[in-house]
Design a protein around this ligand. Structure first.
Ligand code: HEM
Length: 209
């Protein structure tokens, strides 16, 4: 991406100034115009190394591009970083759970079981965040460098019709979500099905006796 879509790359990574030894922003709060990052925590040189295999490589930042060719910076950065944060959480929580499983202590660690349970919906959130990062991050292009989104939208489908479709989709998914939650709770409350121990098969009493 650093080579083929450098504007998106700079927006995702929160690199607002072109520089060599570019840092990887682990955490930051994007704000302002010109854009800046507050409360940031970064690792120097890591972005240059990840993008070009050289910790001193020059990486283009937001300031290298005309404003009309940039994606919305806040949403691109926030969605991407939250997706990656969730990815890291999954690695941590599954790694830890695997260790506890192997040493036989997993089932007695309630906090671990709770962390696993509350993590169930998070991959869905990560997928949505990834999708937002990809779709918002590629703006303003629908075909990179060739066709702008503003030139490619339908002239026959009105905004009201799109809003109506989105509301209908929203309602259907909300209904499916409610049914899913209801069934999950029902299943959890009834508990696991414990199979009865197999009945001993006794030989039929012999008539001779
Ligand atoms: C571990 C850290 C992760 C990294 C470094 C990472 C990296 C990326 C990158 C570079 C993109 C492309 C963005 C673009 O095209 O502009 C992306 C998109 C995406 N990611 Fe992640 N990701 C991570 C974790 C996750 C997780 C945990 C999930 C879901 C469980 C996820 C789901 C997605 C989805 C659905 C997309 C959009 C794909 C598309 O529409 O083209 N990612 N991710």
């Amino acid at each position: 991406m650093a080579r083929t879509q450098p504007e998106t790359f700079a927006a995702l990574e929160g690199l607002y100034t072109s520089q060599s030894s570019a840092p990887l922003v682990v955490f930051g709060v994007p704000f302002g115009d010109p854009p800046d990052l507050g409360a940031k925590f970064e690792i120097p040189g890591l972005l240059s190394w990840m993008a070009f295999g050289d910790a001193n490589a020059q990486v283009k930042g937001i300031d290298a591009f005309p404003k009309e060719n940039l994606p919305p910076l806040w949403l691109t950065f926030v969605s991407f970083h939250n997706m990656v944060a969730l990815g890291m959480w999954f690695i941590l929580v599954m790694g830890l759970a695997a260790v506890f499983l192997l040493n036989g202590t997993l089932w007695s660690k309630r906090w671990m079981l709770k962390a696993l349970m509350y993590s169930i919906p998070l991959p869905v959130a990560a997928c949505q965040l990834g999708w937002v990062a990809a779709e918002v991050g590629r703006q303003p292009w629908i075909v990179y460098g060739l066709l702008r989104t503003s030139q490619a939208h339908s002239t026959t489908v009105g905004a009201g019709e799109i809003l109506f479709s989105l509301i209908m989709f929203g309602l259907i998914y909300a209904l499916l979500f409610a049914v899913w939650i209801f069934l999950m709770f029902k299943k959890v409350r009834s508990g696991p099905q414990i199979e009865a121990p197999p009945q001993a098969v006794l030989p039929a009493p012999s008539k001779a006796a």
